[in-house]
Ligand binder design. Sequence first.
Ligand code: OAD
Ligand code: ZN
Length: 271
Amino acid sequence: MADAGRGGARDTPGVKEARDLVAGARTTVVLTGAGMSAEAGVPTFRGEDGLWKSHRPEELATPEAFRRDPVLVWSWYAWRQRRIAECAPHEGHRALARYTLEHPGSLLATQNVDGLHDRALAEVRGRGPDAGAPIPDRARPRTLHGSIFRLRCSSCSHRQAAEEPVSMGDDPGDLPTCPRCGSLLRPDVVWFGEPLDVAVLEEVFGHARAADVCLVVGTSAVVHPAASVPVATLEGGGAIVEVNPDETPLSRHARVSLRGKAAEVLPGIVD
Ligand code: OAD
Ligand code: ZN
């Protein structure tokens, strides 16, 4: 089944051109969004079944919302943690993991907080000839919007991993607290109105400006600064390759705009 699907995807218009562009590039930047994980079962934000159809971002994904009603915000994030924990990386995540491991000139930046790129890297490395060797830092995804499986303190600089989904009831007293200062812990994600990590941004934009190709996968390309990453590549003289079943504001700037799904077409482009 999977092979037949892949064989078919190789015939998707533009796949060969995209593959040639990526293969001929010395430096590449890959930008992924929620559509990257859609086939893994993680809900996207916009679109018909998107999270923002049934939830208001300002009630769930802002620091004000957390101050107003931390139980509500945490119950939504705990639900997403449980949902994501049931999902697994797909063939597209694995193809990108192999690609970034094998290409020192590549850098993957993701808006996703689901950790699926990291899990794919661990899977691919665990199976390959270098099984057990540490994953080089340059191959790790740059998480522009943080991680839902990390927690950080709402007051001090403490951060910690959350290997398990947070368990909680309806009482604010049940919420996780900081071992250092006792304040509430929150998901280590970027909320609307909050700045992104400056060092990560500088690294990703520096790389994007120098890149021959920016491969953009599964993002509606409307949330900045992430959506400006491909623009930096264009301004630096590079080309955009887009993978998305729908048109986006980037499509008309793309050298190749593939109307396909990430899991189906990525192996044919980067493997
Ligand atoms: P969106 O939900 O806005 O966009 C998902 C995109 O993926 C759409 O353009 C879909 O057409 C496309 N798509 C759907 N299925 C796909 C598939 N199988 N393969 C490839 N593409 C597919 O998600 P983002 O662009 O990631 O931020 O949203 C950006 C940010 O807005 C998120 O990081 C989040 C959100 O609010 C914060 O929470 C700060
Ligand atoms: Zn603290």
